[in-house]
Design a binder for this molecule. Structure first.
Ligand SMILES: N[C@@H](CCC(=O)N[C@@H](CS)C(=O)NCC(=O)O)C(=O)O
Length: 212
């Protein structure tokens, strides 16, 4: 049985934003059976030698698919898409678009947005580095908004794993103020978050995960 290592306890700020949700959402969309291995972060489960053997960075998510261990949310989603034959076109050209936009979500968009969040959280709000990061993130979001002007989904005409990654990157981890000017992004995110598989995944997570 495919094992998903996911958080068992999550603090208020991170609830709904942890990256195990990317994997759980994809599995729900694909209809693949799995079991969750609960990880207690405050109890240092991520630092145990047995977990580090699976993921040297000591992070969530990790999957173990009957001995095939995959870490990094993007790599996991692409693996699951190949395994299930879902949320990924079967032709090379279509697949390339999904790879392209998965990488864009995790590098071009997530890097500036997450860096800004981290700097502000660490007391950097109002500083020059924070302003520079804000401008960098805003530039990329404006460009993304333009790309989404006449599109339902990010990579192809259909919903793919790239949409899960992009939607989650644009979720609670992104300062809502940054997204406010971008109607196409907000509409796109709402469209993806309306999917029954996401609603079911989030409801099950909220039911299962305890407060930290
Ligand atoms: N690049 C990784 C990032 C994973 C990551 O940042 N995971 C967070 C939870 S959402 C984590 O495990 N944080 C605990 C830590 O880094 O110690 C991915 O996309 O899977």
């Amino acid at each position: 049985m495919l094992k998903v290592y996911g958080f068992a306890r999550v603090n208020k700020m991170a609830r709904g934003n942890t990256r195990d949700l990317r994997v759980l959402w994809a599995l729900e969309e694909m209809g693949l059976p799995f079991e969750i291995v609960g990880i207690d972060h405050p109890n240092h489960d991520l630092d145990s030698p047995s977990y580090r053997a699976l993921n040297p960075f000591g992070q969530i998510p990790t999957i173990d698919d009957d001995g095939v261990v995959v870490t990094e949310s993007g790599a996991i989603l692409l693996y699951l898409a190949r395994k299930s034959g879902k949320l990924l076109p079967h032709d090379l050209a279509g697949e390339a678009q999904v790879l392209r936009w998965s990488v864009a979500a995790l590098s071009t968009i997530e890097v500036p947005v997450l860096s800004l969040w981290f700097v502000n959280l660490s007391g950097g709000k109002g500083t020059k580095p924070s302003e520079a990061l804000h401008d960098w993130a805003d530039m990329r979001l404006k460009q993304l908004d333009g790309w989404l002007a006449n599109r339902q989904f990010i990579a192809t005409d259909d919903f793919t794993v790239a949409d899960i990654l992009m939607t989650h990157v644009l979720g609670g981890g992104t300062d809502p103020g940054l997204l406010k000017p971008y109607a196409n992004i907000l509409a796109y995110r709402a469209r993806c978050n309306e999917r029954p598989a996401w609603k079911k995944t989030l409801a099950a997570y909220n039911e299962r995960v305890e407060a930290a």
